[in-house]
Design a protein. Structure first.
Length: 139
């Protein structure tokens, strides 16, 4: 299924740390860049790290299925095997999980694998997967 790509810009306090994290840890490829921002290709979507240290605030949280989920976060929905491979890669790289990998909404509509990590500037990222893609927007 072809979907439109999204564009997301977010603040970072150090562009070189962002480059290393998004390319080496998450496997994003590099797009355009300047002294103030870097474009990354995240599974076909454009995410842009903007040098803006003063905007790197800690996000507030909301309780979701027993976890305190950062209200401001972004990420991607992966096929189950890719989600599991990323989980294993992050574990092997000793990248700390903000919220440990788990199955959320078990045996309910919207059942999903999910975990959260933070980038070096404190931006929260969620990676999730659904065994049944029809559950992504199921009520």
């Amino acid at each position: 299924m072809m979907i439109n790509r999204f564009h997301l810009a977010f603040p970072v306090h150090d562009l070189e740390l962002a480059r290393e994290f998004y390319m080496k840890v998450l496997g994003c490829s590099l797009g355009r860049e300047s002294k103030k921002w870097i474009d990354f290709n995240m599974k076909g979507h454009q995410v842009v790290a903007h040098l803006s240290p003063d905007d790197c605030d800690v996000a507030q949280t909301n309780s979701v299925d027993g976890n305190q989920v950062p209200a401001r976060h972004f990420g991607i929905i992966l096929p189950w095997n890719e989600w599991d491979m990323l989980r294993e890669k992050l574990t092997n790289m000793k990248i700390p999980f903000l919220i440990e990998p788990r199955i959320r909404f078990k045996k309910k509509k919207g059942e999903q694998g999910t975990f959260f990590i933070k980038d070096p500037s404190g931006n929260a990222l969620e990676f999730k997967s659904f065994k049944d893609e029809k559950m992504v927007f199921e009520k």
